[in-house]
Each structure stands twice: as C-alpha cells, then as structure tokens.
Design a protein around this ligand. Structure first.
Ligand code: ZN
Ligand code: ZN
Ligand code: FE
Length: 768
C-alpha cells in the first residue's frame, strides 16, 4: 500500500479534469480525493504500487482534450487507515488564483452526435457543450472560472441540466456553460430594422434562406459577429465588399468539413490537422482552380483562407444549408468575415451590431448569450512541415507562451498596427488576442478592455511597462499615462527579435534580421531592414547594419502608393534621369520637386518598402487597398520554376554593414527595362533577396562570432522567405530561429517588449 500526493498546475479546471481523475482512480481501485485549489488541482491517491503507477501514466498520456499540465509535484505520504473510497472534494477558495482559463474550443464529437440525433433533447440546439468543448475565454468575466462569473449566470440550470452538472460521471460535470433548450440561451432572426422574424431552428432556417438568395447575414458567433454570404455568388460577395468598404483584401470562407474543403483547396496532412484541430483557425491554403468560389473572394492570390465550423450554431447552419440545396453538386461555402467596417474591431453586442452593421447585413441571427471578450478568428498556415500564424486569437488565447526563465510581471503595450499586448506572470507570457490597428477610438477601447481584463483574470499587476519608441502610438501614450509603474521604451525591431528569441526560449547572444514594414528607429528615421545584435542575458544590443536608406516621397503616401517607392529608388540610383518614364508630366514634376527638396521625404531602411518599390516598378498595384497588397501581388506573379536571381552584395562602410538593396533594385529595373517579364523580375528579386540576406548575415556572423540568426518582421509572412531564408542560412552554417507560436508581424511585438522588461528589472537597471 502506498499513498501519494500529486499537485497539478496548468489548465486543469473547467476542462473535465477532476471527473477524469475520479474515473481513473475508480478504474485503478484507488482511494483518496481530488480537490480544486487556487493554485491547481490537488490529488491524494492510495493503493497498490502497480495501480498507482498506472494512474500516474494516464495522467501523463491520456488527459482530457482541453487539459494542459504545466507542472506536476509528487510526494509520498504515510498510508491512511480506514479510507474506503475516492471522492471529489469541495473546492477550497483561497486567494491568489493561478489556474488558467481555457481558450474557446470547437464542439466535440460527442456533442455533435447529440446535436444531430432527433431523439436527443438537444437536437439542433445551437448552444450545447460539455466539459470537453465549447466557449470559455469569451464568456468569462473573471476568475475562478465558475458559472456565476460567465455570461451563463442569467440562465439558471433546469433539473436535467443540473443533474448532469452535479454528476461526477457525466460528461457535463461542472461544465459551466451547460444548457439545453429548456433553460439555456436561444437564437432569433431580425431584419436590418431590428424587427423579429423567427425564433430557434426557424430563425436559422430563415438565415439559410437569406444566404441562398444572395443576402448578407450578420451572425453572432463566439468572439464577435461574422458577416456571412454565399461565397459562390459573385454578386453577394461584391455587395459585401462594397458595403463593408473592403476592396481586394482576401475574405475567409467556412465549409462544413474537411472533405468539402478539399473540393476547394489543396490540403496536405499538416493543413488537415490544423483545419480539424480543436482551435479551428482559418487555414490559408492553395485554392484549386475553377472551384466555384467567386474570384472576388481572393482576387490577389491563389491562396484562400478556409475554416471549419466551430460552434453548434455553425454546424446546424451548414446542416440546414445542405438540406436546402441538396441538388447542387458544389458543397456549400460561405464567406465568413469579421462583423465590422474596415479597421474597426469586431462587433460584440446585439444592439451594437445592429447599429454598426445595419447598412451591411440584410438579416441578423442574434442570441442572448453575451460575448464578454471580443476575439477574432485566428489565421494560420503550414508549409513544408512548418506552421505559423498571421493572426493569433480565438482558440489560442489565453494560452501562455512558456519562457526560458521566470521574472516579474511586465506589461508590453505593443505597436500601433496589428496590436496585441502582453503580460508576463512568472515564466509564462500571456499575449492578448489580436487587438487590431490602434488608429481609432473603438480599437483603443478594446485595447483598454484587454489591458484590464488580462490583469484581472491573471490576478497580477505589472511592475513595469515597456512601450514602443514611437511616442505617438496610442499604446505608447497609454504607457506614458500610467504613473504607478516605471515605463521603458524598446525600439520596434529589437522588440521583434526579443520576441522570436523568447518564443524559442533562446538565451544568449544572437543576430537578428528584422525584415519589416515600418518602425521608428533610434536615429529618427524609419527602420525595417535591420541586421541587429542582441544579447538576452546582458541586454547589450547594437545595429550592425541595415538596408541603405531611401526617401519615402510623401511619407505615408509612399506606403499607400507603391509607385512612389519605385521612383524614389530610381531617383536615388540614376538621379533625374531615373524619372523620365513617368507617364504624367505633372506627376513627374511634382515627385521630382519633392525628392530634390526633400520635402516630406523621411528616410527609410525598410525591407517592406523595397517590395513596394519592385511591385511599383512592375506596375502591379497603383494604390494599395490593404497593408502588404503590393508584396502579395508581387509574390503571386512570381515565376516558380526558374532559378536565376539578382545579386545583392553587402558593403562595409566603416564598421557598418549595408545591405545591397540598391543593387537589387537596379538589377530588377534594368531587367524590366530590357523587356524582362514581370514573372522573371519577381523571381529574380525574391531569390536574390534571400541569397543576399543570407550572405549579409553570414558576414556579420563571421565578424561577431555568433551563429544564431533570429528572423522576424512582417516580411517573414512572405512564404518564399519563410521557406527559403532559413535554408539559405543553414547552408552557410548558421542556425535560424523563427516564429511558430506568434505571427512574425507586429502581433509579436508585445511579447518582445515584456521579456525585455523582465530582464531589465532582473538586472536592476532603472534607466535605459
Ligand atoms: Zn462536447
Ligand atoms: Zn437545461
Ligand atoms: Fe514590425
């Protein structure tokens, strides 16, 4: 007979962990108890040695799907006499809550079987869930995770639901959002004036009818509203784009299952796993040609973002959609895009959605389970066996990133675009869901909400704040307004590099390639093609080299109109002669004046602007409709077969190492002027860039004796760079470090800021 105490830390509450422990204890004939505490779950078990061993193994290998163990502490105790059974003890409520809230996850197989079983009391009930699935993060106001602290608190359990909730052997034991048609939330359908049209299944049928007729439906989801329309209906998609004021940028679609997804896109094993995973991100895939999806859905590329249903409402919607359009051979496919006007955060409440979306949607499928935390869909991809994110939100937050070392709580307030914020707690970093572009008050309110919410659910207060060097970002201003904590700044591209290092739990000296769009540099110019040296232990950091700076004629205008960057490069390389081919005389004169006098021509070493310049040179986009469009168009015309690449030689100037971006542009421009095809120019440029960057890093490695190279920045979203740059570095004997948990774009900045702050506090530096 032995007795053991096991303490389990991690995501172990509200995920069916105690019933799981209970069942295993019964199975292995053990006595003892299991208990929720504020730090985690405490288990004591007593029985034969073999059985104890068996129990410990299942704890390691057979966890319930949502449980995640961060740490196990085991201790042997004196056996107790007279203990007869195994029980689930009442929770002890102590202060200092350390239990993690689970992210929201998709409906599980058991629930789906009930959902489509006509004899089940939850048949077609769009809010069914159990301890293995359903909403969590988005319906929880505060900790500990308990029904009274979720938006389910206004729905008292009926007798049947209560019995399930209280039975340790039931799949719904302590499933906080447990509900049924008798006691839970319900859906209804209204028109754009808010007039009630139908309730319950009839409402979903009404939405289906609207979609099939080419209408637009605003759909209340898990983390906010979606706007849906038939993706096969060109007119419907066009209407949606026009009303939402979102030209060109790709829209995500939803299909019923992986089988249907294969009809529209190529899917390999990893992509299948991503699609079908419990997080259910939008997965960006290669679309098949002539697949019945309107080209309007993704006009700039042959890639398409597909996700599978993840709430019972989605599943019922597709079920009814299929029933209604049985005779058609194309599987149903719906555009599912965030319910907002461009650049505003996703809508949350019924009334808010009705007022903000009434000019967009024809019908609103509403429900009365409040969304407490806004959370967009995550966007992920996988190529060549490696995956990554474009956006990390629903399904992943608030799961922490585990750090190499523990430290004080630090708040990183993130950048301006694609903002996230991050709070550390011990050796875990909690990066918020995608907040968006902090350019309007709605986004800023969301930022403030998340800032307060993260502190509340993690029960921590920051000891310091780290912000971007740019003083005018709303996230920077917020930091400056906090007088309770010391505020430090960290330059944007160093933050990129600290972030990718933190994800990889790398400690020590490293080179960093920050290949990015925009970030204010330490010298007041705009950086974005940087070769950095960073030491995470000593916080020594320096800029070893950069792209050769080029003027951005018109400042922000040059970002919107890529041809301006092309002219800036031409002017810098060939002087006035370089601008001869401009079509419009007035345009030419104006640009020449701007460049000559240097009026509103900030200098930039940005790699993103080099992509713009080449794209502008080829005339692919005149004025962009969304960030990154010029680069995306350049990538989509690229010839995929040839190997020839332009060269981009680096050059030492004193002890500063310039990248050959001018030479690279020159080669592209000369080739193009000689009549080279856009496909070949695009290829020559991208492959040349990759080889050039690898040579550049190798030279810095030779001089600095550092072999690790961290890669970050928005340009790393380019899949050719993502795949080939690490290989090119390896070929030169270097070890690349890349993002896999966070996007390489500015969504990663807040993590870099917080870990930097942690180390700063640890080293006791007060000023920097
Ligand atoms: Zn379930
Ligand atoms: Zn009920
Ligand atoms: Fe950036």
């Amino acid at each position: 007979m032995i007795r053991k105490r096991i303490f389990v830390h991690g995501q172990v509450q509200g995920v069916g962990f105690r019933p799981f422990v209970y069942r295993q204890a019964i199975f292995f004939s053990l006595t003892g108890f299991v208990l929720n505490t504020s730090q985690g779950v405490k288990i004591e078990i007593q029985g034969k040695e073999d059985n104890i061993g068996g129990f410990s193994r299942t704890l390691r290998d057979d966890l319930p799907p949502l449980a995640r163990i961060v740490r196990l502490e085991e201790e042997e105790l004196e056996p107790e006499t007279g203990e007869r059974e195994f029980i689930i003890s009442e929770s002890s409520s102590q202060k200092g809550h350390e239990v993690l809230i689970s992210p929201d996850v998709c409906t599980c197989g058991d629930c789906l079987r009930e959902l489509f079983d006509p004899r089940n009391r939850r048949y077609l009930y769009p809010f069914l869930n159990c301890t293995n699935c359903g909403p969590r993060y988005t319906i929880t106001r505060s900790v500990p995770y308990d029904r009274s602290r979720t938006s389910m608190t206004c729905f008292p359990l009926c007798t049947k639901c209560r019995a399930e909730y209280e039975n340790p052997l039931d799949r719904r034991f302590h499933a906080q959002p447990n509900a049924c048609p008798d006691c839970g939330p319900e859906v209804w359908l209204v028109d754009s004036e808010g007039r009630n049209l139908a309730r319950r299944t009839e409402a979903i049928l009404g939405a289906v009818g609207c979609l099939l007729q080419g209408g637009i439906v605003a759909l209340k989801g898990l983390g906010g509203f979606h706007l849906a329309c038939d993706a096969g209906n060109e007119k419907a998609v066009g209407n949606l784009r026009r009303r939402k004021n979102r030209p060109d940028k790709a829209l995500a679609v939803m299909v019923e299952n992986e089988e249907d997804a294969k009809y529209f896109a190529e899917i390999n094993e990893e992509e299948k796993n991503l699609l079908e995973g419990i997080q259910r991100p939008i997965v960006v895939l290669h679309s098949k040609e002539e697949n019945g999806i309107s080209p309007e859905v993704s006009p700039d590329t042959n890639r398409i973002g597909i996700m599978l249903p993840y709430t019972p409402l989605h599943f019922v919607l597709f079920h009814l959609l299929k029933r209604e359009k049985k005779e058609q051979k194309t599987p149903p496919v719906l555009v599912m895009t965030s319910g907002n006007s461009s650049s505003e955060p996703i809508s949350l409440g019924n009334r808010e959605a009705l007022s903000r979306l009434k000019a967009i949607a024809d019908r609103f499928l509403l429900h009365n389970r409040d969304i407490l935390v806004r959370c967009d869909d995550s966007v992920a991809f996988s190529v060549g066996g490696r995956g990554g994110f474009y956006r990390r939100a629903r399904g992943y937050t608030p799961s922490p990133i585990f750090l190499a070392r523990s430290g004080e709580t630090v708040l990183g307030t993130g950048p301006e675009l694609k903002n996230t914020l991050c709070l550390t707690k011990g050796d875990q970093a909690f990066v918020s869901q995608h907040v968006g572009d902090l350019k309007n008050l709605q986004s800023y309110d969301f930022f403030l909400e998340m800032c307060a919410h993260l502190q509340s659910v993690l029960q921590v207060q920051p000891k310091a704040i780290v912000r971007d060097l740019h003083p005018d970002y709303l996230s920077s201003r917020y930091a400056e307004e906090q007088d309770k904590y010391p505020v430090y700044t960290l330059q944007h591209h160093y933050a990129h590099i600290y972030s990718v290092l933190a994800e990889n739990r790398f400690q020590g000296a490293c080179l960093g390639l920050a290949l990015d769009g925009t970030g204010l540099g330490e010298d007041g110019t705009i950086w974005g093609g940087e070769l950095l040296y960073v030491n995470t232990k000593t916080l020594e950091q320096s800029r070893i080299g950069s792209f050769r700076p080029v003027p951005m004629p018109g400042g922000e205008m040059a970002v919107q109109e890529p041809w301006r960057m092309a002219r800036a490069y031409q002017y810098q390389i060939w002087g006035e002669r370089g601008l001869r081919d401009l079509q419009s005389k007035s345009e030419e004169e104006l640009l020449l004046q701007i460049l000559e006098k240097g009026i509103n021509c900030p200098l930039t070493s940005s790699c993103g602007r080099l992509f713009d310049a080449v794209s502008g040179l080829l005339g692919l986009v005149h004025c962009i409709a969304y960030e990154g469009q010029a680069a995306i168009c350049l990538e989509s015309v690229r010839d995929k077969t040839g190997k020839t690449a332009y060269s981009a030689p680096f050059k030492w100037e004193g002890d500063f190492l310039y990248f050959g971006n001018q030479e690279l542009f020159t080669a592209a421009a000369e080739d193009f002027c000689r009549g080279g095809r856009v496909q070949d120019v695009s290829r020559g440029f991208v492959l040349g860039l990759i080889e050039g960057l690898a040579d550049w890093a190798a030279e810095a490695s030779r001089v600095n004796g550092v072999e690790n190279v961290a890669l970050s920045g928005g340009v790393m979203q380019n899949l050719t760079l993502f795949q080939l740059l690490p290989k090119a570095l390896q070929k030169r004997g270097l070890s690349p470090l890349v993002h896999s948990l966070l996007p390489p774009n500015d969504g990663c900045i807040s993590l870099g800021q917080s870990v930097y702050g942690q180390r700063l506090l640890e080293m006791g530096k007060i000023n920097f």
